[in-house]
Design a protein around this ligand. Structure first.
Ligand code: NIG
Ligand code: FE
Length: 408
């Protein structure tokens, strides 16, 4: 490392290989590269040989390294903030009970709602922090976090506030309002009244700056397409983008429903029909694959992967980190599962966890290594990017930068 009195750039890394992903296909590799940033934004992405002058005169810090650098990973679908766990439910499911059986008996999401309501803001934050650290340690620099275990105004607000506070770790946090996740006991038998309440809370949370997008669980054990539409009308009237837990356990036309509201994404999508795929392609709605939930629920029905490819629907990959269906705390592990279960190529999985995931959050300033993009990047101790999807676990990330600052 060397210092310079009048540097133009904050940092410069020399000698790594870059997977910039800055092309429609391929890793868009640059070898013996130079990567520089200033004020949180990438200022040079290219071959070392193309640097204008001697590196030592260019940056405050110059580091020589090997390995590979990719864009920072973007986890575009998580339920990271919750209290307690559902390990007992996992045991019961292993003995044959289904996720739906448990939900209908008042367990599942509602058991996490009870624990989350009982925890105050500090306790919720304390429980969420190790999960956030775990995602960051494996390369995540942007994370989406949903509410949906509060199911009343104060507790949804508490969850969203905790999500925002996780931004203090130096990563970007996008919050999603998912009050339409399950019917709380106080509204038993009155789902339409509950949706009215969810719609009434939305602008109040939005004025506090707590809502970046709106989501719903459109499913037999969740909410109907009609109820989802009512919520989406309210969201769009406030200019908030929508996304949807769509077609996870059955085909309710969720993919097309999300697309009809210019949805950023339709997520899960195992049962999505070709008609929905076409509607998503037309409106640019991203298909978010959640192989952690597929794996833990021992699902067998694959998302329509070939149809997504054929119609040009971008595919993202996320952890769905939640206490019920996907207690998964590594996005890289989700990429591995996307390759083994869904037969994504490692390149598709990496795009799915970077550029396509950013798009699923409506973020166009990240997900690739390109001059002008946010300085979110990961230095990996690997010989080829396919290794990111090859190892199950392990410590591959050497360093993680978010907005030009090292976060691990
Ligand atoms: O994305 N499907 C609904 N929501 C979550 C599960 C939440 C839970 O079981 O606590 C999901 O899989
Ligand atoms: Fe989810």
């Amino acid at each position: 490392m060397t210092s310079n009195a009048h540097p133009a750039w904050d940092g410069l890394i020399l000698g790594a290989s870059l997977a910039t992903l800055d092309a429609p296909q391929g890793y868009a590799e640059i070898h013996d590269a130079a990567l520089a940033w200033k004020d949180g934004v990438l200022t040079f992405v290219g071959a070392r040989a193309d640097l204008p002058v001697a590196p030592q005169r260019l940056a405050r810090e110059v580091v020589e390294t090997g390995g590979w650098i990719t864009p920072g990973l973007v986890d575009c679908h998580t339920h990271l903030v919750f209290a307690g766990d559902r390990a007992r439910e996992f045991e019961v499911r292993l003995q044959g009970a289904s996720y739906e059986d448990i939900a209908r008996a008042g367990g599942g999401i509602l058991s996490t709602v009870r624990a989350t309501r009982a925890a105050d803001e500090g306790e919720l934050l304390r429980q969420a922090l190790p999960r956030a650290h775990s995602l960051i340690a494996d390369g995540v620099t942007t994370v989406e976090i949903k509410s949906g275990y509060g199911l009343d105004f104060d507790n949804e607000r508490k969850m969203l506030r905790v999500a925002r506070r996780l931004g203090q770790l130096g990563i970007s946090v996008q919050t999603t309002y998912l009050a339409a996740h399950a019917l709380p006991p106080e509204y038993a038998g009155r789902p339409d009244d509950y949706i009215d309440a969810v719609i009434e809370w939305l602008p109040r949370l939005h004025v506090e700056g707590l809502v970046d997008a709106v989501d719903a669980f459109c499913e037999g054990i969740g909410f109907t397409p009609g109820q989802t539409r009512r919520l989406f009308e309210a969201a769009r009237a406030l200019d908030l983008p929508v996304k949807l837990h769509a077609d996870q356990l059955s085909d309710l036309g969720g993919g097309a429903l999300a697309a009809a509201y210019d949805g950023l994404s339709a997520d899960h999508v195992e049962h999505t029909s070709v008609e929905s795929v076409k509607a998503m392609a037309e409106r640019g709605t991203v298909a978010v694959l959640l192989p952690g939930a597929f794996h833990v629920l021992r699902e067998t029905r694959l998302p329509p992967l070939d149809a997504f490819r054929e119609h040009g629907v971008p595919m993202a990959v996320a952890t769905d980190c939640n206490p019920g269906t996907s207690p998964l705390q590594s996005l890289r592990y989700a990429m591995q599962l996307a390759c083994t279960h869904f037969r994504l190529t490692p390149e598709e999985a990496l795009r799915g966890a970077t550029v396509n995931a950013a798009r699923a959050l409506g973020l166009h300033d990240r997900g690739v290594l390109r001059v002008g993009a946010r300085a979110d990047f990961v230095q990996w101790n690997i010989h080829h990017p396919s290794e990111l999807c090859y190892w199950l676990g392990g410590r591959l990330a050497h360093s993680v930068h978010a907005g030009g600052h090292r976060v691990t």
